[in-house]
Design a protein around this ligand. Structure first.
Ligand code: HEC
Ligand code: HEC
Ligand code: HEC
Length: 400
């Protein structure tokens, strides 16, 4: 050994460096070989362990405290990192009562069966999941709005927390975030009021032309009425479209489009997909025939905008290739194609939203939906608002 060291010391320094480098390379090679071997052994061992069937996958045994901590830590870090680029609407706009109402309607059918609500607390069956869906009110303050958006839009892998039913639009997910932010302050009564509104409206009042209670389809009292009202007026805030007096052919085609996934809405697609053709027909008929229902909601008192909107609706803007809306949507003395929706008396807010969705190519619909795409694309934001206000201000019975 001593002799070897002396001979190395006697070598010229270049040669010495080459020998050291070779040695290092050899060690690295050995290390790599050992690690690869270890990985193969671990892999084979893991497969054998899994094949033996002794790894428990029982939800009943819950996670170990350490697994629980690790999964929750990894989830929080992932949400924090992935939500970095998300642009949040102003907090002020997230406080909008119309957005909160829209989120509430869906929470009751899409989320409370797992997460419970101030009226129900935690339901028993999902509480036996691993991990169990948490009761949300005390959790909300731990998250920023963009983090809630990310969780609701994408769901959480390996936990049972589903993604939003459609990826084609984000506005509905923000409505859910708006509701979640309001949730911690709600007691059972406030929650019930927000979610259900007045589910049993004056159905017997004859001047609205409403049918007798026993003629109301079951789906209306069980589901649709919560958001659209049993009277079809859409609950006054513009969160949900008015259906009363709409053409039944259009309503039926819209339900079919949602059910097929040809019109995108995380709120309406699951509802429509559960209906049979006969139920769709009955519901379209029911809502379409609520003719006399009163005006849907209050319209901003902006006479100048309504006047500008009227000009667009009647004459279009020929220089920009925008056709007149009344040619298809009325009001006019001659009946139009029953696939074209009536817009008179509809909420301005809902009309603007649909025009924006058409413009962003996020609104599908029936086989006629393409007629709207180029039109919406050519309208400015202000023109959308003006023409929506014109239609919202018309009485719902304005004509064909
Ligand atoms: C099938 C059951 C299920 C449904 C339906 C469901 N969730 Fe969840 N959700 C879960 C589970 C399980 C978790 C726990 C995930 C975890 O532990 O990381 C969760 C977690 C969450 C969280 C994070 C809570 C926290 O602080 O850890 C939020 C927020 C949430 N869900 C919102 C919603 C909303 C809003 C809806 C409805 C659109 C919904 N969830 C529908 C099962 C569900
Ligand atoms: C959770 C709330 C909710 C429930 C419950 C609900 N809807 Fe809707 N509905 C909405 C929303 C929100 C929209 C607008 C969606 C969009 O932007 O496309 C809508 C749109 C519609 C439309 C299209 C209207 C138009 O002018 O294009 C029809 C038709 C409709 N719903 C019928 C029904 C029927 C029938 C039921 C019951 C079986 C029902 N909805 C249940 C929230 C709901
Ligand atoms: C050539 C016929 C045609 C013209 C012209 C037209 N539309 Fe439409 N519009 C349609 C059809 C068809 C639909 C329904 C698409 C579907 O859902 O199947 C529609 C849907 C809409 C909707 C959504 C309604 C709802 O209940 O969801 C709005 C809002 C709308 N149009 C506004 C306008 C405005 C504003 C103009 C004028 C600038 C206009 N349209 C011109 C055919 C037309």
């Amino acid at each position: 050994m001593k002799r070897l060291l002396t001979s190395i010391a006697l070598l010229p320094s270049g040669l010495r460096a080459a020998a050291g480098e070779k040695h290092l390379k050899r060690r690295l090679l050995r290390l790599t070989k050992h690690s690869a071997l270890l990985l193969v052994v671990l892999g084979v061992g893991g497969m054998l362990l899994a094949a033996s069937g002794i790894i428990p996958i029982k939800a009943s045994s819950r996670h170990w405290a350490l697994t629980d901590w690790f999964l929750s830590f990894a989830m929080q870090r992932s949400v924090a990192t992935h939500s970095l680029g998300i642009k949040t609407p102003s907090l002020h706009s997230l406080d909008d009562p119309s957005l909160v109402l829209k989120g509430a309607g869906h929470y009751e059918s899409g989320c409370s069966p797992c997460h419970g609500s101030p009226q129900l607390r935690l339901p028993r069956v999902p509480a036996a999941m691993t991990p169990p869906p948490p009761y949300l009110p005390p959790k909300i303050s731990h998250w920023e709005p963009e983090e809630l958006f990310f969780i609701v839009k994408h769901g959480v892998k390996f936990t049972g927390m589903p993604a939003w039913p459609t990826r084609h639009r984000d506005d509905e997910v923000w409505a859910m975030v708006a509701f979640l932010r309001a949730l911690p302050a709600l007691d059972a009564a406030a929650y019930r009021k927000l979610v259900n509104g007045n589910l049993a409206p004056s159905l017997d009042v004859p001047q609205y032309g409403l049918p007798r209670r026993e003629d109301v389809p079951e789906a209306v009292t069980e589901s649709c009425g919560r958001c659209h009202g049993a009277d079809g007026r859409g609950r006054g805030e513009g969160a949900f479209p008015r259906l009363a007096g709409q053409r039944p052919t259009y309503l039926y085609a819209a339900l079919q489009a949602y059910a097929r996934g040809a019109r995108h809405s995380g709120m309406m697609e699951p509802v429509a997909a559960r209906l049979s053709r006969e139920e769709m027909r009955a519901l379209a008929h029911y809502y379409g025939n609520l003719k006399e229902a009163a005006h849907a909601g209050s319209v901003p008192d902006d006479a100048a905008a309504i006047e500008r909107g009227k000009a667009i609706a009647r004459r279009g803007i020929p220089s920009k290739g925008i056709p007149s809306c009344i040619d298809c949507h009325g009001p006019s003395a001659t009946p139009k194609n029953p696939h074209y929706p009536l817009l008179a008396g509809q909420y301005a807010r809902y009309l603007v939203l649909q025009l924006e969705l058409f413009e962003k190519q996020q609104r599908g619909g029936s086989a006629y939906a393409h007629l709207m795409r180029t039109t919406a694309h050519r309208l400015t934001q202000e023109q959308m608002y003006d023409v929506a206000l014109y239609y919202a201000a018309l009485p719902p019975t304005a004509g064909n």
